[in-house]
Design a protein around this ligand. Structure first.
Ligand code: BES
Ligand code: ZN
Length: 853
């Protein structure tokens, strides 16, 4: 049978499936090239449905036999599945199919990774395992039997609780009804790192992280993160775990970061395995967050799931919001907020301001895999943060209790979610709901007025047209504001103004001296703030703002304006910025991690976006030169204090990945990067020679490459780590990341010829091609060499792994920002991709939408 032909699916066309699935029994007879899957499914007519057509999804399946109520039938094979005539009362469907996991390079459905069987079913992968109504609103209880060769495949896992196991088989039972996208099976030669957790109500849960032999030593941190997540969800959301086992498996070949399958989470090994020698502080933090994220899905995603894929933000936005709260609690709230806003501006803003712009809840799609986007995830989480700000913390907690109580076991919509807030607060959220349907990034403009007594903020909002949405309506925007006096004291603590009209004014009475406003504190809404204030005001806020986010933002704005001045007008660097920053760096009352963030500056691609929005054409080479020059200026301006800053932030004693020591390392490494501009790499060589953890080793290696002295360290690094796949990914990506603009394409091309380059492994592919797209000046080098190289490799990868190919097409989404020469070079490559024969549905949708810009 054929895969479904490309077609557009609409939210408005939703209709319930004609049947209820009362029970699913699956037997897997595993074989690398010929696995047999036997299904026995009890269906009953769904009284709520009108359409009784019996259609089961199925793709790339060889049907061996089918029966209804024990009698052989010959179903009709149709586009994307099969159809059959069925009784009008409950019946049993049985089918046997054959699939080929070894040939499955798309890594969706049942596939093999390093001799291990594993599955990935979200969003629509279960239909590559057997015939089934593969839609999230069909929830069922599954029993699974796995059979395999006991010698090669001693461990066999599936969802729920283990029931029995013996030589060559294991059986599993999951008592919680679930959609097929949460199905999972893993089998292979695996070793467990085990632990136990006792829930608040006293149930003991067996925990295990399963890895390939050799990786046992990299599980301890992930296990601690899992236990912290379980405790946190009990304490903060009152949510307990609901099975006797919780298993996590690390897999080397995985398209995404990780997957929340019920009771059997599957992780990209890069997102769970860590040791001090092989993982950076950034890796540790990400692992903690992603383990939390997938664990939190047990309630927000699994127990309450999505009615259809248009509701994806219902689980992903909420779960990202929850994992951000968790990280803020485990580490530093301001540092987490700043990191998230940096990521939002780097990934979501360009998406929302380009051809791929779409609503947090889109109304149509072709390929759902293309909609696991920054908008659905990160903007989806921002929308929840705004809702919490608007109703307050207590009302948020009450609404969530009602959500879990009312909808446990259901497949829900955004309407259900909003209704819970309306019912528990009595508030009308009709206008707020626009955040789910209206795409684009609103701009909020601030004007101040003062009459000796009353201070007034005049706010206005505006949204530019986005694809398919020419007219925009005013949204409800919580604008958190505080007021300071000229001594830097807070005369009005943070309060959320509710901007809901196109223009609105907010007055503060009784101010006999003119207060200084701090606007959009904590980045209270995902908008672009336009505020006409001078450098002196920004320097004041950098020194005094009592809101840590806005204090950082003041420095960021100074850096941005300094860079724009250089790029657009050839102006020298802003001394107010460098002076203000210097004072902060020496302030030892400030968290080192926060000071390290202060040292950062807007990325080159962010600057290109800002320049484009200002109505100019960004020149990647000029942006690169100015960014480097500002770093040089920092190195010179801080020369007298950098050695001390570096020395004071060295961490003594055994390695700990906790926020405190990690923050010191990040500040020391930021200082190292600047010192290297002065000492030509002497300090970095020392650090490289003595580094006993990956955070220090990698920062030293980066600095050496930047100083033009990386060759021998790169070779040493290779010799030391060539048998560790995750560390080798860093070796590949570092070289592309730090390549000079004119060399980037050549460096990347040469790495693709390296014996250790494996295009079929998504991590390795991304560590070269994904990183090339992120080296802004290199990717956009005027030769067009990087555009052509990326296109070559996307064309090669598409038949192998459409999902990973399609996601990487977004490297081209900003093409309309650039000059006519670059636009024509990019267009040529996009058209070359688009005209490949047999292009996947995934990639063809992405390239088509980008070309439509
Ligand atoms: N459910 C997703 C994984 C997924 C995404 C499966 C797309 C199929 C298609 C999972 O919960 C997730 O969101 N993972 C993120 C990481 C998370 C910390 C935001 C990922 O894999 O990047
Ligand atoms: Zn998720």
């Amino acid at each position: 049978m054929k895969d479904a032909a490309p077609q557009t699916i609409y939210l408005k066309d939703y209709s319930t499936f004609g049947y209820i699935v009362e029970h699913v029994d699956l037997t897997f007879k595993l074989h690398p090239t010929a696995t047999r899957v036997l299904s026995k499914i009890r269906f009953a007519p769904n009284p709520d449905a009108t359409d009784r057509r019996f259609f089961l999804h199925g793709e790339q399946l060889k049907l061996i036999s089918a029966k209804i109520d024990g009698k052989a039938v010959a179903p009709e094979m149709v586009d994307g599945g099969l159809q059959a005539d069925v009784p009008d009362t409950a019946f049993i469907w049985e089918a046997e199919v054959e699939i080929n996991p070894a040939a499955n390079t798309a890594l969706e459905g049942l596939y093999m990774s390093n001799g291990m069987y594993c599955t990935q079913c979200e969003a629509e992968g279960f239909r590559k395992i057997t015939f089934y109504p593969d839609r999230p609103d069909v929830m069922a209880v599954f029993d699974v039997r796995v059979e395999a060769d006991a010698n090669n495949t001693p461990v066999m896992l599936s969802n729920g609780n283990g029931v029995s196991k013996g030589d060559g088989f294991a059986t599993w039972s999951d008592p919680w009804p679930k959609p097929a996208y949460l199905f999972a099976l893993v089998a292979g030669n695996l070793i467990a790192h085990t632990d136990q957790f006792t829930t608040k109500s006293g149930t003991a849960v067996d925990l295990a992280i399963w890895v390939r032999p050799g990786d046992e030593g990299k599980c301890a941190f992930g296990m601690e993160a899992l236990k912290k997540s379980m405790t946190w969800d009990e304490e903060v959301y009152g949510r307990e775990y609901d099975l006797d086992e919780f298993n996590i498996v690390a897999v080397d070949d995985f398209n995404m970061g990780a997957m929340e399958n019920k009771g059997l989470n599957i992780f990209n090994s890069s997102c769970v395995l860590a040791s001090p020698e092989t993982a950076t502080d950034g890796n540790f933090e990400r692992i903690e967050a992603i383990i939390a994220h997938e664990y939190f899905h047990n309630w927000t995603g699994n127990r309450i799931t999505c009615r259809d894929w248009f509701q994806l933000c219902l689980k992903e936005g909420l779960t990202v919001f929850r994992d951000a709260q968790f990280t803020a609690d485990m580490r530093s709230e301001p540092v987490k907020r700043i990191d998230d806003v940096i990521a939002l501006r780097a990934r979501q803003f360009p998406e929302d301001q380009g051809p791929l712009s779409h609503a947090v809840r889109p109304e149509s799609f072709q390929e759902i895999n293309n909609f696991y986007t920054a908008t659905i995830y990160e903007k989806g989480a921002e929308v929840i943060g705004m809702l919490k700000t608007l109703v307050g913390d207590a009302a948020y907690a009450k609404a969530l209790d009602l959500y879990f109580e009312r909808h446990d076991g259901q497949a829900c919509t955004i309407e259900d979610w909003i209704k819970v807030f309306e019912d528990s607060t009595g508030r009308d959220l009709t206008q707020f709901k626009l955040w789910y349907s209206q795409s684009g990034t609103p701009e909020v403009t601030v004007r101040e007025e003062y009459n000796g007594e009353t201070f007034t903020l005049h706010l206005s909002q505006k949204s530019a047209p986005t694809p398919g949405q020419d007219e925009k309506h005013p949204q409800v925007i919580p604008v958190a504001v505080g007021l300071l006096n000229t001594d830097g004291e807070e005369v009005q603590p943070t309060m959320a103004l509710e901007l809901s009209k196109a223009e609105q004014s907010f007055s503060f009475e009784g101010h006999t001296t003119r207060p200084i406003p701090s606007v959009l504190r904590g980045f209270s809404a995902p908008v672009i703030l336009k505020q006409d204030i001078d450098n002196a005001r920004r320097a004041f806020l950098l020194a005094h703002d009592t809101d840590p986010f806005n204090r950082w933002e003041a420095g960021r704005d100074l850096a941005r304006d300094s860079l724009l001045g250089t790029i657009l007008e050839g102006a020298p660097h802003n001394t107010a910025y460098l002076d203000g920053l210097k004072a902060l760096l020496c302030d030892e009352t400030l968290d080192p991690a926060y000071r390290a963030l202060m040292l950062g500056q807007p990325s080159q691609s962010e600057l290109a976006g800002i320049i484009h929005k200002m109505g100019h054409i960004p020149d990647p080479a000029a942006i690169h030169t100015a960014s480097e020059a500002l770093r040089d200026a920092k190195a010179r301006a801080f020369a007298d204090m950098l050695p001390d800053l570096y020395a004071k932030n060295q961490v003594e004693g055994p390695f700990s990945p906790e926020a405190g020591p990690a923050g010191k390392r990040s500040l020391a490494n930021a200082a190292l990067a600047l010192v290297t501009r002065l000492d030509g790499g002497a300090t970095a060589s020392q650090q490289y020679a003595h580094a006993d953890n990956m955070t220090l080793q990698l920062a030293a290696l980066s600095a050496l490459i930047d100083a033009g002295k990386g060759a021998s360290a790169l070779q040493a690094f290779y010799d030391q780590w060539q048998s560790d796949r995750l560390v080798m990914d860093k070796w590949f990506s570092l070289q592309v990341m730090h390549a000079k603009p004119e060399d980037s394409a050549t460096v990347a091309r040469t790495l693709t010829q390296h014996a250790d380059f494996e295009m079929k492994n998504p991590n390795r592919f991304r560590s070269v091609m994904g990183v090339l797209a992120m080296n802004h000046a290199g990717f956009h080098h005027q030769s067009g060499a990087a555009y052509a190289l990326l296109a070559d490799w996307l064309i090669k990868l598409d038949p192998i792994n459409p999902q990973t190919t399609a996601r990487m097409c977004s490297a081209f989404q900003t093409w309309k920002r650039y000059d006519a020469h670059r636009q024509s070079l990019i267009k040529e490559q996009l058209e070359r991709i688009a005209t490949q024969s047999n292009l996947s549905r995934d990639t063809s949708e992405m390239v088509g939408r980008i070309l439509d810009a």
